[in-house]
Design a protein around this ligand. Structure first.
Ligand SMILES: [Zn+2]
Length: 366
């Protein structure tokens, strides 16, 4: 009798153990399922974390810059088309000539300026140099001589890059044609945000709430459209003039440059002599581009030229090293909202495109 009872007891216990194992397995399966759900959800939360400190994070802010303004959808299509169109036709290898004529747009007759470099400028000014070109260093941390201080305190000036200020684009590169009314909106937004306008050669990385508004190439509309606006608001801007293009079709004359400079509101700084791709030049050619342009502009304005803007944002260690012989400050086309963490000979500038409304612009600036 006792033996039978014992057998029954063992069987019962076995059933209980099996039940416990089954229950445990179920719990395990549930845990695995839940953790897999978490792993799907988790990355979304991670992306909301602020980027790691250091200069590299800021480069990727350029994504915000390329995002077309939400407020004006028609411009989005326009600019989107241009982006694609411009990146198609040329490979980076096709540009290393030092002759600006070779950079003439293939949209023949489209530009009123004849041989202009803006196609190339736009093509290569897109935040990151072409990776296929080994000689082009990827900002923000070039490996050249460390003797130039880099801003690290996080409060450095904001620099902005413009080209043309016109209502009606005269080439297919519509992004470059910021409307006069838009420029006015940007100035208003900056003033309302408490910014002080400084020249490119007044850069000081300990500044807070200062802005360097710069205009590349020296198109004639800078005189006819931009100059009246900045006088209206009494703000300081910088023109990076291609010295060899002065007086050329579509570009400002010596008299225009002198008048702007004499106003005390426009600083004329160098954008080289002939706007070549600097990374393909010899040191001697670089010296010519930097020195001749500086002398010519100083002769016109009677003021020091201490800042240079690299054509199409292309530079490498050699370019920076030679530039340091002539200039105190260098500006690139790396697009980001703060110059903090960048060397003063390779300072980034936020690219401002056509269609950036006042409110959109205000949302972009720190
Ligand atoms: Zn340019």
């Amino acid at each position: 009798m006792n033996y039978i009872k014992l057998i029954k007891y063992i069987k019962k216990t076995k059933r209980n153990i099996l039940n416990i194992i089954a229950a445990s397995l179920a719990v395990c399966a549930l845990t695995v399922f839940l953790s897999s759900c978490e792993s799907i959800i988790a990355p979304v939360g991670d992306t909301k974390l602020p980027p790691a400190e250091g200069a590299s994070g800021s480069v990727f802010e350029s994504e915000n810059v390329t995002a077309p303004p939400e407020t004006e959808p028609p411009e989005n299509n326009e600019s989107g088309e241009n982006e694609e169109k411009e990146t198609e036709p040329e490979s980076p290898e096709s540009a290393p000539t030092s002759d600006s004529a070779a950079e003439a747009p293939d949209t023949s007759g489209d530009s009123p300026f004849g041989e202009t470099h803006v196609e190339e400028e736009h093509l290569f000014g897109n935040y990151t140099p072409p990776t296929t070109e080994a000689e082009t260093q990827s900002p923000p941390q070039p490996t050249y001589s460390p003797s130039y201080p880099a801003s690290t305190n996080g409060t450095a000036p904001l620099a902005l890059m413009y080209h043309l200020i016109l209502d009606e684009p005269t080439s297919s590169l519509t992004n470059l044609f910021v409307r006069p009314s838009e420029l006015e909106g940007h100035i208003q937004a900056l003033l309302e945000a408490g910014y002080t306008f400084i020249f490119a050669d007044e850069y000081d990385y300990y500044d807070t709430k200062t802005v360097i508004m710069s205009f590349d190439d020296g198109y004639v509309d800078n005189y006819t459209e931009m100059f009246p606006i900045i006088k209206k608001y009494n703000v300081k801007v910088t023109v990076f003039m291609i010295a060899g293009y002065i007086g050329g079709d579509g570009y400002m004359t010596r008299d225009m440059l002198r008048e702007m400079s004499d106003s005390g509101l426009v600083s004329i700084q160098s954008h080289t002599e002939s706007h070549p791709g600097l990374t393909s030049l010899s040191a001697d050619s670089l010296r010519y581009e930097f020195d001749a342009s500086r002398r010519e502009l100083e002769e016109i304005t009677g003021r020091k030229v201490r800042a240079v803007c690299y054509p199409s944002g292309r530079y490498n260690d050699t370019v920076l090293s030679v530039a340091s012989e002539y200039y105190d400050f260098g500006y690139t086309t790396v697009s980001t909202t703060s110059t903090a963490g960048y060397p003063i000979l390779a300072l980034p500038r936020l690219r401002v495109n056509r269609g950036f409304s006042k409110s959109y612009f205000a949302s972009m600036i720190p």
